[in-house]
Design a binder for this molecule. Structure first.
Ligand SMILES: Cc1ncc(COP(=O)(O)O)c(C=O)c1O
Length: 397
């Protein structure tokens, strides 16, 4: 039993030998998983650090590795304190609950942002906070005039909810990993502060934003009152996120983490993985961004009427591919399938995993388990599928 568990814990190889039948026999099959940067598996160094972590009871504040992580990231972000929590969803919810103390208070955010779309409306169902979504502009920003109108609407009005918080997301996931410009952040913060409203940053991918801007993350945080930061995305850890902000904010966050069931004990085994992920973050994220850019340019060079991409919109690790002429899920199915034709033409079989994003697009996400060579394989597979589609349209296959 134990041996079986140990075997299951060993990282699976990404190269498989395909079925020994037809011309697929003995052709290597590669899987390039571009569904999300959450799919990474901890490598040997991370597993070793987890196994060897010095731990204590973090619910008593006694886990030295968690304390090290919290102090390291507080310095990196330029905030007074941080608090380790299991997920970025919890980090966001705790932050909203800390800022919006009045039941029914209002939160302004983007219509497509993660907090609004993918966190089950936790801010309403758990925190009693009323979200007012605004249209997301192409860069992942919200219109400043709209923000000002909504922030001030409740002034002197007994009818409107009182706005206490603006939530921004950086990088902005649904717009394809766009980076919020520093000047935009400065303006939102100024506007918010002048009306006693605070700014929380969903920084699940804050490190990607910092790397793309070429600035320390603390420069971004100059314009925010609190932040969440996730370790289980581009940083490659299996679990964990942080809330960051002023000391009194984190004291309250500690209480709320406990109430939400997020207080952990020997959490140093998890914090150790996060520390490993942080150690080479800049280098790894830079490589991810370069690979995403290389892919976008390569796809653009194919000049396909079916798949198009704007490389100038690729700022970090995500590529939005516009799909015309067939449903995106059909494209995903073809990218995932392997065929004897492919083996015969390319000498290998490649499965590319991507998700449909909208009715006209699929999204591909780069992460530390996708090498530069994998990127070329993905591009080759994409070219093969597009060629097959073209031949199909001409009635020749
Ligand atoms: C922008 C953003 N915020 C928050 C989250 C939530 O993170 P978690 O899955 O750790 O709860 C995600 C997850 O993908 C995300 O992309």
């Amino acid at each position: 039993m134990l041996r079986r568990l140990a075997r299951a814990a060993t990282p699976r190889q990404r190269v498989f030998w395909a079925r020994r039948s037809g011309s697929l026999a003995e052709v290597p099959t590669y899987v390039v998983d571009l569904r999300s940067d959450t799919v990474t598996k901890p490598g040997p160094a991370m597993r070793r650090a987890m196994a060897e972590a010095v731990v204590g009871d973090d619910d008593y504040g006694e886990d030295p590795t968690v304390r090290e992580l919290q102090a390291t990231v507080a310095e990196l972000l330029g905030v007074e304190q941080t608090l380790f929590v299991p997920t970025n969803t919890m980090a966001n919810l705790i932050s909203v609950m800390c800022h919006c103390r009045r039941r029914g208070s209002q939160l302004l955010l983007g219509r497509e942002c993660h907090i609004h779309v993918y966190e089950q409306g936790g801010v309403a169902q758990i925190a009693g906070v009323h979200s007012h979504p605004l249209p997301d502009l192409p860069y992942g920003t919200l219109d400043l005039t709209d923000l000002e109108r909504l922030v001030t609407r409740s002034l002197g009005s007994p009818y409107h909810p009182i706005c206490e918080l603006i939530c921004l997301e950086n990088t902005h996931s649904s717009s394809g990993g766009r980076v919020l410009p520093l000047e935009y952040l400065r303006q939102v913060h100024l506007l918010a502060r002048s009306h006693g409203v605070r700014v929380h940053l969903d920084g699940a991918r804050l490190m990607n934003a910092a790397v793309a801007l070429g600035v320390p993350p603390a420069r971004i945080m100059e314009h925010c009152d609190s932040v969440s930061l996730c370790f289980s995305k581009g940083l490659g850890a299996p679990v964990g996120a942080l809330v960051g902000g002023p000391k009194d904010f984190i004291e309250e966050a500690w209480r709320l983490r406990k109430a939400l069931g997020g207080g952990m004990r020997q959490a140093g085994v998890l914090a150790a993985a996060a520390l490993v992920g942080l150690a080479d973050a800049e280098e790894m994220l830079q490589r991810d961004h370069q690979n995403a850019q290389r892919f976008a340019k390569g796809l653009q060079e194919l000049a396909s009427p079916v798949c198009s991409v704007d490389p100038t919109a690729v700022e970090t690790n995500m590529v939005m591919v516009r799909v015309d002429g067939l449903p995106p899920d059909e494209l995903c199915r073809r990218l995932q399938a392997v065929s004897a034709d492919e083996a015969a033409q390319t000498g290998r079989a490649v499965r590319v995993l991507v998700f449909p994003w909208t009715e006209r697009s699929v999204r591909a996400v780069w992460h530390r388990d996708v090498s530069t060579q994998d990127t070329e394989l993905a591009l080759g597979k994409w070219a093969f599928v597009l060629r097959t589609l073209r031949l199909g349209q001409d009635g020749r296959s």
